[in-house]
Design a protein around this ligand. Structure first.
Ligand SMILES: NC(=O)c1ccc[n+]([C@@H]2O[C@H](COP(=O)([O-])OP(=O)(O)OC[C@H]3O[C@@H](n4cnc5c(N)ncnc54)[C@H](OP(=O)(O)O)[C@@H]3O)[C@@H](O)[C@H]2O)c1
Length: 307
C-alpha cells in the first residue's frame, strides 16, 4: 500500500495519510452503505456513517457495541429515495463545514441469488438489480455534490462476477456488470473534477459473509422450484435442479474466510494518493480465470471453463 504520499494538487482533503495520522485529519468523513464493510474504515475515519438496512439488525448491534463516538449508524434502504435523502441530510448537517464536503462513499450494499436463466423469475431479476445496481446509482448520485466538494472518493463493491459471467448467476452478474459500467462512466466524468472512483472486485468470500447461507440457498431453491413454469420443471427435471442446488452449496462453502484482502483493497482505495481503478481481492484460481475470460477469445475461454 502506498500510504504517506501526498497529492498536493488536491488540498488537505485528498492527502493520502500515514495510517497513524489519519485520525488527526480534519473532516475525513466516510459513508459505508452496507454494514459489513464498516470494519474497513472504523479505525481511520474521523466520522464514519454506516447506513444499515435494518436498524434493529445484529450488524447494527455489533457496531453500536463498539461505542465509538466516531461511528454512527443511520437506517438506510438504498432502494428508497426518501431514506437516501434523509441520510444525506443527517450527514450534511453533521459535517463541520458542508462546503468542504465528504471524503468517501463506499457502495457495499448487495444481495444475491442463483439459478439458471429459465429458473429465475423476472421479479427476482428486478429485485437484485434494485439493490445492487439502482441502489448504487441512487446513493452515488445523492452524495456526489458532497464528494465533489472534497475531491473525494467513490468506491463501488462489484465482484469477479462483474468481470466474467457464470452459469446460474445471471441475476447477480447483470447487476455487477452494470456497476462496472456505471463506475467507468463516473470515473471518466469525475477525473477532471478531482474525484477518484475505484471498483473492488472480490472473488469468493461467501464463507466469511452473510451473502448466502446453506439455509438461504435451500429457501431460494424451494421457492424457485415451487414457482417454476410446468414446462421448465418437466424439461429439466428435479434431479438436474437438485444437482444445481448442491453445486451452489459447494461453491458457497469453498470460499475464503479471510476478508482482509477485501478490507485492504477498500482501505487503499480510500487512503492512497493514487488509488487503483480496479482491485482484485481473490484467490489465484479466480484471478487466472478472470484474466482468461476477459482477455482471450470466447471460443477458448468457453472451452476451458464452460464446456
Ligand atoms: N461475499 C462474497 O463472496 C462477495 C464476492 C463479491 C462481491 N461481494 C459483494 O460485497 C458486498 C457485500 O456483501 P457481503 O458478501 O459482505 O454480504 P452481506 O454480509 O450479506 O452484506 C451485504 C450488506 O448489504 C446490505 N443490504 C442489502 N440490501 C440492502 C438495501 N436494500 N439497502 C441497504 N443495505 C442493504 C445488507 O444489510 P442487511 O443485513 O441489513 O440486509 C448487508 O449489510 C455486496 O455488494 C456483494 O455483492 C461479495
Amino acid at each position: 500500500m502506498s500510504f504517506g504520499k501526498t497529492d498536493t494538487s488536491r488540498g488537505v482533503q485528498s492527502q493520502a495519510l500515514e495510517p497513524h495520522t489519519w485520525l488527526l485529519c480534519a473532516e475525513v468523513t466516510l459513508v459505508v452503505a452496507g454494514i459489513p464493510a464498516a470494519r474497513v474504515g472504523r479505525r481511520r475515519a474521523k466520522q464514519l456513517f454506516c447506513p444499515p438496512q435494518d436498524k434493529e439488525g445484529d450488524g447494527v448491534k455489533e457496531l453500536d457495541n463498539l461505542k465509538s463516538d466516531r461511528l454512527r449508524t443511520v437506517q438506510l434502504n438504498v432502494c428508497k429515495s426518501e431514506e437516501v435523502d434523509k441520510v444525506l441530510e443527517i450527514i450534511r448537517s453533521s459535517l463541520k463545514d458542508p462546503e468542504k464536503g465528504l471524503w468517501g462513499l463506499v457502495n457495499n450494499a448487495g444481495i444475491s441469488t442463483f439459478g439458471e436463466v429459465e429458473f429465475t423469475s423476472m421479479e427476482t431479476y428486478k429485485e437484485i438489480a434494485e439493490v445492487n445496481l439502482w441502489g448504487t446509482v441512487q446513493v452515488t448520485k445523492a452524495f456526489l455534490p458532497l464528494i465533489r466538494r472534497a475531491k473525494g472518493r467513490v468506491v463501488n463493491i462489484s465482484s469477479v462476477m462483474g468481470r466474467m459471467a457464470n452459469t446460474a448467476r445471471s441475476p447477480y452478474c447483470i447487476t455487477k456488470f452494470g456497476v462496472e459500467a456505471f463506475s467507468d462512466c463516473l470515473r471518466y466524468e469525475m477525473h477532471p473534477l478531482g474525484v477518484k472512483v475505484s471498483v473492488v472486485e472480490p472473488g469468493n468470500f461467501i464463507a466469511a459473509t452473510s451473502l448466502y447461507s446453506l439455509e438461504h440457498i435451500r429457501a431460494i431453491a424451494n421457492k424457485m422450484w415451487d414457482e417454476l413454469p410446468e414446462v421448465v420443471r418437466k424439461d429439466y427435471g428435479k434431479k438436474y435442479f437438485d444437482e444445481a442446488v448442491v453445486r451452489m452449496q459447494t461453491y458457497c462453502n469453498s470460499g475464503s474466510t479471510d476478508m482482509s484482502p477485501v478490507i485492504k483493497a477498500v482501505t487503499h482505495s480510500l487512503t492512497s494518493a493514487t488509488p487503483y481503478t480496479r482491485y482484485h481481492p481473490m484467490d489465484y484460481y479466480w484471478w487466472v480465470r478472470m484474466q482468461i475470460m476477459t482477455h482471450l477469445p470466447g471460443a477458448i475461454s468457453d472451452r476451458i471453463y464452460i464446456h
